[in-house]
Design a protein around this ligand. Structure first.
Ligand code: AMP
Ligand code: MG
Length: 522
C-alpha cells in the first residue's frame, strides 16, 4: 500500500489566487488577498492520539512512519514542497457584520490529489496567524476531541461534513476560561488535522464584497466554480446565478440532514457555513436529547438562542441572504437572487415534510398531512421525549398496539411519569391516525422498518459521551475516544456490544459544563 506522503501535491487555492504580499506573522487587516503564508508553530512533545483509519482506507494509503506522520500533523515538519497558509474571510456573527475574521487558528498544510480529486489539509490549533486577532491560535484537547469525533460521526451519519484525519496532543498547556467567567485553567493543547475539498466559507466572499473589491470577489467566485462547481460552465452572469442556486440547494439539504439527526451546530455565523454545504467548525454543537426545538448548547447564545435547533432553517436562509448580497456586484440584478431565496422556503417545507415522513416510515408523502407531523413534533416537545431513541424505537415497532407504544413513551421521556400521563390522550389520538396511515400504505413490514433504521440512527455523539471521553483523555486514557470512534463508524447498526450508549442522557449530565453548556471558541 502507498504511504500517505506519496500522494501528489496539487496546490490550486494558493497557486491561483492572490497571496498576501506580507509574510510577517502579526495580527492585521489583510487586503486584496485570499490568504497569507504562515508557518505552524512547533509543539513540544507531539503525541498521536488517534487517526482515521477509515479515511486512509478510502484513499487507499497507509502510514509507513508514525513518527513522521505525527511530526507533519503537528506542524513540526512540513509537507515537502508545500507552503502553508491561512485563509482570509469575514463574517456575520450573531447577526452582525464582524469584519475580517479569517483562519485565526487554522493553517492549511497541504493540497493533495487523492483518488483523482483534490483535498485540502488543515491543522486546527497550530499557532497564530495574521487573522488571530488577540487570541493565541491554539486549541485544547477538549475541543479537539469534540471536533475529531463529531466530524467523523457526521460523515458516517451520511451528513455532509469536513473530515478529521488525526488528533494530536501537543505536550503544551494552554490557558482557557471555559465559560468566560474569569476562571482560567491550563488545559492540554491539541491539534486536529481536518480535510475537505475546500474550506471556503460564505465569509470568504463577504469580505471582498464588504471592501468593494470586485476584482478579488470575481477571482474567488471564478476559482470556486472552476474547481468545485465546474459542471455549471464558464464564468457568466447565468453561471453565477446557477452557482448561487446550487449553494442554496446544498445548504438546504445540509440543514435537512441536521434536523433529521437532531444536530444543533451552535454557531451558524456566516464564517462557519461552507460554500460546499459541508458541516464545518465543530464548536459548541450538541444533539437534541429531549425534543426541544428551542434548545441550543451554546451558552454564548443563551439569551437570544438565535442558533437553537428549530431556528437552523431560518438562519440558513438569513446566511444565504448575506451570501446573495455579497455576490450581487457580479450579477447586478436583485430579482433573480430574490427568487432563488424565495424558493428556499418552498423547498424547505417540502423536503422537511418528506424527511419527517421518512422518519416515521410513511412513504406516500402527499397523503400525510402537515398536521400529523406538527402534532408529532408538538407531542415530542411537551412530553420531553428523547429524540434519537423515540425514532429508533418506532423503527422496530411491530405490534402497533397502543399499550406497547405507551411503553416507549414511558421509558424514553425525561419527564416524571405522573406528569407525562397527562399527554397520553394527545399521543393516543396521534397514534390512531399514524397507525391508520401505516396500514393503508400496506408496505411489507420488514422492508419498511429496515428503511426507517437507515433514516433514524441508533447512536449519536451525545455531549455527555464526548465529555466522558474528554475527562479520561485528560488523564492520559484514550480508550473512550477509541470506543466512541468505533461506535460512530456505524451509527445505524444495532451493535449490541455497545448498547450501553443506547440510553437517555444520565441525570448528572443535565446541567454539567461540557454536556449541556458549552461556549464558543476554545
Ligand atoms: P469560531 O467561533 O471558532 O468560528 O471562531 C471565530 C473566529 O475566531 C475565526 O476567525 C477563528 O479563526 C477565530 N478564533 C477562534 N479561536 C481562536 C483562537 N484560539 N486563536 C485565534 N483565533 C481564534
Ligand atoms: Mg469558525
Amino acid at each position: 500500500m502507498k504511504d500517505i506522503f506519496s500522494l501528489p501535491i496539487a496546490p490550486s487555492f494558493s497557486s491561483e489566487l492572490p497571496a498576501d504580499p506580507l509574510t510577517t506573522n502579526v495580527s492585521r487587516q489583510v487586503e486584496s488577498s485570499c490568504f497569507s503564508f504562515v508557518k505552524p508553530i512547533s509543539p513540544a512533545r507531539p503525541e498521536l492520539i488517534h487517526y482515521s483509519a477509515s479515511l486512509l482506507k478510502e484513499w487507499n494509503v497507509g502510514i509507513e512512519n508514525k513518527k513522521e506522520f505525527t511530526e507533519v500533523m503537528s506542524g513540526n515538519k512540513s509537507f515537502l514542497g508545500f507552503r502553508p497558509y491561512a485563509m482570509c474571510y469575514g463574517g456575520h456573527q450573531f447577526g452582525q457584520w464582524a469584519g475580517q475574521l479569517g483562519d485565526g487558528r487554522a493553517i492549511n498544510i497541504a493540497e493533495l490529489e487523492v483518488n483523482n480529486s483534490l483535498l485540502k489539509f488543515q491543522l486546527k490549533g497550530a499557532g497564530p496567524t495574521p487573522y488571530s486577532r488577540r487570541a493565541d491560535g491554539l486549541a485544547v484537547l477538549r475541543s479537539s476531541i469534540r471536533e475529531y469525533l463529531c466530524s467523523e460521526a457526521m460523515h458516517n451519519l451520511r451528513v455532509p461534513s469536513t473530515r478529521a484525519l488525526s488528533l494530536i496532543k501537543t505536550g503544551d498547556m494552554v490557558p482557557r476560561d471555559i465559560l468566560y467567567n474569569g476562571n482560567v485553567r491550563a488545559e492540554p493543547g491539541a491539534i486536529v488535522c481536518r480535510t475537505a475539498p475546500s474550506f471556503i466559507r460564505f465569509g470568504n466572499f463577504e469580505i471582498f464584497a464588504s471592501r468593494q473589491d470586485k476584482k478579488n470577489l470575481t477571482n474567488l467566485v471564478d476559482y470556486t466554480i472552476k474547481h468545485h462547481f465546474k459542471e455549471l460552465g464558464s464564468p457568466s452572469k447565468t453561471t453565477y446565478l446557477s452557482f448561487f442556486e446550487e449553494v442554496v440547494n446544498r445548504t438546504l439539504s445540509l440543514v435537512i440532514h441536521w434536523q433529521r439527526v437532531g444536530f444543533v451546530h451552535g454557531v451558524m455565523n456566516t464564517d462557519n457555513l461552507s460554500i460546499l454545504g459541508l458541516t464545518i467548525d465543530f464548536g459548541p454543537y450538541g444533539w437534541l436529547e429531549d425534543y426541544n426545538p428551542g434548545w441550543t448548547p451554546n451558552t454564548t447564545d443563551a439569551q437570544h438562542r438565535r442558533y437553537r435547533f428549530g431556528n437552523q432553517p431560518n438562519v440558513a436562509l438569513w446566511n444565504l441572504t448575506q451570501l446573495a448580497n455579497a455576490l450581487y456586484p457580479l450579477i447586478d440584478e436583485a430579482e433573480p437572487l430574490e427568487n432563488i431565496l424565495t424558493g428556499f422556503k418552498v423547498k424547505y417545507a417540502h423536503q422537511s415534510h418528506s424527511m419527517m415522513c421518512n422518519k416515521i416510515g410513511l412513504y406516500s408523502f402527499d397523503k400525510v398531512s402537515d398536521g400529523l407531523i406538527y402534532t408529532l413534533e408538538e407531542n415530542l416537545r411537551v412530553s420531553e421525549m428523547d429524540m434519537t431513541i423515540f425514532f429508533r424505537e418506532i423503527s422496530s415497532f411491530e405490534s402497533f398496539k397502543w399499550q406497547d407504544f405507551k411503553l416507549i413513551l414511558k421509558q424514553f421521556s425525561y419527564m416524571e411519569e405522573s406528569e407525562l400521563i397527562s399527554y397520553f390522550p394527545k399521543w393516543k389520538d396521534w397514534f390512531k391516525e399514524y397507525k391508520k396511515l401505516v396500514l393503508t400504505e400496506n408496505i411489507e413490514k420488514k422492508s419498511r422498518l429496515d428503511k426507517m433504521k437507515l433514516t433514524n440512527p441508533k447512536y449519536v455523539l451525545r455531549n455527555y459521551m464526548a465529555q466522558l471521553a474528554i475527562e479520561k483523555a485528560e488523564i492520559g486514557d484514550y480508550s473512550l475516544v477509541d470506543e466512541l470512534y468505533t461506535l460512530l463508524q456505524n451509527p445505524y447498526d444495532e451493535q449490541p456490544e455497545f448498547k450501553k450508549w443506547y440510553a437517555k442522557r444520565p441525570e448528572w449530565a443535565k446541567q454539567k459544563v461540557g454536556c449541556s453548556m458549552l461556549s464558543c471558541s476554545s
